[in-house]
Design a protein around this ligand. Structure first.
Ligand SMILES: *[C@@H]1O[C@H](CO)[C@@H](O)[C@H](O)[C@H]1NC(C)=O
Ligand SMILES: *[C@@H]1O[C@H](CO)[C@@H](O)[C@H](O)[C@H]1NC(C)=O
Ligand SMILES: *[C@@H]1O[C@H](CO)[C@@H](O)[C@H](O)[C@H]1NC(C)=O
Ligand SMILES: *[C@@H]1O[C@H](CO)[C@@H](O)[C@H](O)[C@H]1NC(C)=O
Ligand SMILES: *[C@@H]1O[C@H](CO)[C@@H](O)[C@H](O)[C@H]1NC(C)=O
Ligand SMILES: *[C@@H]1O[C@H](CO)[C@@H](O)[C@H](O)[C@H]1NC(C)=O
Ligand SMILES: *[C@@H]1O[C@H](CO)[C@@H](O)[C@H](O)[C@H]1NC(C)=O
Ligand SMILES: *[C@@H]1O[C@H](CO)[C@@H](O)[C@H](O)[C@H]1NC(C)=O
Ligand SMILES: *[C@@H]1O[C@H](CO)[C@@H](O)[C@H](O)[C@H]1NC(C)=O
Ligand SMILES: *[C@@H]1O[C@H](CO)[C@@H](O)[C@H](O)[C@H]1NC(C)=O
Ligand SMILES: *[C@@H]1O[C@H](CO)[C@@H](O)[C@H](O)[C@H]1NC(C)=O
Length: 634
């Protein structure tokens, strides 16, 4: 049939009107359903998402699906809905992986609810979830039921990780009030709808409670229904703490892992390398396991605290607390007395993170606390599940000390002896900073090494194996062994002269005056003053050019010496004294201790905790006294 232009225009507008009407219906009918649903909300509150599905199973598919999803995400932006829920339970709602921070007055309790439904809907909507994959086989016809099944399956095995940090606690009435630390907050958890406001007043049958441990708490529970939790602040005595001050905390729930974690049992990954009077270096153990691996970003942060200060008492396990109260910390803008960096060790080629802390007080005792900062974004944390990245973690403390003001100056970042990072004999008047002193030692060791290399050039290193000096060692082994030995003996590891006498600490330069003009006691000078090992540094250029005054040297390990005897051609004439010989072993070398404590110096040495393993000294026999080839005075 042919239509006139007028007719076709009419037809077009009729069709358009019909379409508009259909679109109107499609767009607005779900709103009617939502309105009906809101009436249910207060009644049904707490019974979770899938109860909607079961109670309204008889309805049509399309509307059913919409209804199923609405309540799950509506509260996120519909304020009125949140307030209805709030009134129903008296609890603020927590979302998965979203930390919440709040003030709380002493004696008060703040209650939260984590609705099982909020996480169920997430996994239903997440198409990449493993849940979805498991259900791919199920028919599409009974989708709502499948959703319900899915939800039920997801939640019955889910664990909810609840964690909290104390960020602030009541202040002391005066800095002198050190007898009492602020009391800890308490976490109460209820998984029964009989107790929707857990807290101090309730029976232990309907709730569990956990007192914070140094400002942190971790609690897990099976997520098979809504979980109610409260943070409760104790009353504080106005005799000890300023009145009107309050606590501040951060609480988070997660279905993946604790958002805030701490470990005050396992030995920390933080190792104290060495200090001088005002600065210190700490480092982690290896963070990579193969030489090929690189690591540009610094994974850890560090806090430090004078051991006699009470500033962080009560919040030592709290990342939130430490990041605002630790005496030594990096500020939000990245400034502060701690500089961090990644360093690849030249011996094993593995990466480690280092922390250089300056501005410390002399002769003081500190603790260093290693921590992982929380990742801000939820998605970054999701990707990091299973590893430690993404959450806030506080590790066990590592103790370190500073030396008295004296000769010992910390040097690091040397170019040749790059593994020697410790305090060396220095002189603030002649070498005002570690950089200048490091340059001096660098120049000296490089000069000595070049001399050695000239001697080694006389040896047929490039010859075929049968003509070489050894079948098991080559010239590269000899160079490495020489470098390790040279760095250990030419750059003495310095301890202040006032440090207690030990077998492995050798007094040096005792006839020289201290920088303030005084001398070592007459008794000591009478007794040892004639012995070269006491009157001089091992390397006399230290006495003449640096003039550090009297100091003590942590002697190099004997195995560092044996290794060159083993590795280098006999024609070079290296030899080492033996422990039972009378020829200066005691004033030249130290022995490694079985407990791994620092009893002698070697490349990469540090104050390892006693549980760390050690390399045993080799038992190669060497004879005579040390060779004078390298002009190092015994
Ligand atoms: C789907 O499920 C049926 C029975 O539950 C099973 O026999 C079939 O192998 C499944 N199909 C796939 C692709 O897993
Ligand atoms: C959960 O808590 C129990 C004690 O309540 C604890 O033994 C368990 O290690 C915790 N699980 C995790 C993953 O932290
Ligand atoms: C480096 O660390 C990894 C684990 O972090 C460890 O398995 C490996 O043995 C370490 N390598 C060395 C040389 O210590
Ligand atoms: C150093 O000591 C002073 C005075 O005792 C103190 O105020 C300051 O906080 C201390 N600094 C450090 C880093 O320990
Ligand atoms: C981290 O979170 C805080 C508060 O939640 C926000 O102010 C800040 O912009 C976030 N930073 C980044 C890098 O996302
Ligand atoms: C160490 O030296 C390198 C260059 O040689 C420099 O980039 C780096 O900043 C130094 N590290 C510190 C902590 O001074
Ligand atoms: C260290 O001392 C040298 C002079 O000896 C000076 O040129 C240099 O700027 C100083 N460096 C620092 C970081 O103070
Ligand atoms: C480097 O050391 C050599 C030998 O010890 C010395 O002659 C030279 O002056 C030193 N150079 C510097 C810049 O210290
Ligand atoms: C001089 O310095 C030494 C070592 O630092 C110290 O033991 C001695 O008490 C000081 N003497 C005076 C008079 O200050
Ligand atoms: C040290 O040397 C002086 C003279 O140089 C001498 O009188 C004294 O007896 C010597 N002391 C010892 C213990 O050898
Ligand atoms: C070296 O020290 C050891 C242990 O301290 C001691 O038994 C031995 O007699 C000393 N030897 C010499 C020659 O002083």
């Amino acid at each position: 049939m042919q239509l006139s232009p007028l007719q076709s225009r009419l037809a077009a507008s009729v069709i358009a009107s019909c379409l508009l009407f259909i679109i109107y219906l499609l767009l607005f009918s779900p709103q009617f359903a939502l309105a009906a649903e809101l009436d249910h909300t207060p009644i049904n509150h707490g019974s979770g998402l899938w109860s909607y599905t079961t109670s309204e199973d008889d309805d049509g598919d399309a509307i059913d699906t919409l209804e199923l999803r609405r309540p799950a995400y509506e509260p996120n932006f519909a304020l009125f809905d949140r307030s209805i829920i709030g009134r129903a339970s008296g609890a603020a709602k927590l979302n998965n992986d979203e930390p919440v921070r709040s003030n709380i007055l002493p004696g008060d309790t703040v209650t939260y609810v984590f609705e099982q439904a909020s996480v169920s809907s997430r996994s239903t909507q997440d198409p990449s979830g493993s849940l979805e994959l498991r259900n791919l086989n199920e028919s599409d016809d009974d989708e709502p039921v499948a959703d319900g099944e899915r939800v039920r399956r997801a939640t019955s095995t889910t664990t909810l990780y609840i964690s909290a940090n104390t960020c602030d606690q009541p202040g002391r009435i005066s800095p002198d009030q050190t007898t009492m630390d602020p009391p800890q907050l308490t976490l109460y958890v209820s998984t029964t709808s009989d107790n929707t406001s857990p807290g101090p007043g309730q029976s232990d049958d309907v709730q569990k409670f956990l007192v914070f441990d140094e400002g942190a708490v971790m609690f897990n529970t099976t997520l098979d229904r809504d979980v109610y939790l409260s943070i409760s602040a104790p009353e504080v005595s106005s005799q000890y703490f300023s009145s009107g001050s309050q606590y501040n905390f951060q609480v988070a729930v997660s279905t993946d892992e604790y958002y805030h974690a701490y470990d005050s049992v396992t030995d920390s990954n933080l190792i104290w390398v060495d200090s001088d009077a005002s600065s210190t270096l700490l480092r982690t153990r290896n963070l990579t396991s193969t030489p090929q691996e690189a690591m540009e970003t610094t994974p850890y942060v560090m806090f430090a605290q004078d051991r006699n200060s009470v500033a962080v008492n009560g919040i030592r396990n709290s990342y939130c607390g430490l990041s605002s109260w630790a005496q030594i910390r990096l500020l939000a803008d990245g400034s502060g007395p701690i500089s961090m960096g990644m360093k690849r060790s030249s011996s094993d080629k593995l990466m480690r993170q280092e922390f250089y802390v300056s501005g410390l007080n002399a002769s003081s005792q500190y603790t260093g606390i290693l921590a992982l900062a929380p990742t801000n974004s939820t998605s970054a944390r999701k990707r990091a599940v299973g590893s430690t990245a993404g959450k806030a973690v506080v590790f066990k403390e590592t103790a370190f000390d500073t030396k008295p003001n004296g000769a010992c100056t910390f040097v690091f970042n040397l170019t040749f002896c790059d593994e020697m990072q410790y305090a060396v004999p220095g002189n603030p008047a002649l070498f005002p900073n570690g950089t200048a002193l490091a340059a001096f030692y660098d120049n000296y060791t490089i000069t000595m090494y070049n001399n050695f290399q000239k001697s080694l050039d006389q040896v047929p290193c490039q010859a075929p194996p049968t003509q070489q000096y050894s079948l098991v060692k080559n010239c590269d082994d000899c160079k490495t062994a020489y470098k390790n030995w040279l760095c250990s003996v030419a750059i003495p590891r310095c301890e202040d002269f006032s440090s207690p006498d030990r077998d492995y600490l050798q007094m040096r330069n005792i006839n020289a005056p201290f920088p303030n003009g005084s001398f070592v006691s007459q008794e000591i000078r009478d007794r040892y003053g004639n012995q070269t090992a006491f009157a001089n540094s091992r390397n006399s250029i230290i006495d003449t050019d640096i003039q550090p005054g009297p100091y003590k040297e942590l002697l190099p390990c004997d195995d560092v010496c044996y290794e060159i005897v083993r590795s280098c051609p006999a024609s070079l004439g290296f030899s080492c004294p033996l422990p039972d010989s009378n020829f200066g072993f005691n004033t030249s070398y130290g022995l490694r201790k079985d407990d791994g404590s620092l009893s002698c110096n070697y490349p990469g040495s540090a104050h390892f905790s006693s549980s760390a393993s050690i390399i045993s000294a080799c038992s190669v026999v060497a004879i005579g006294i040390i060779s004078t080839l390298m002009a190092i005075v015994l």
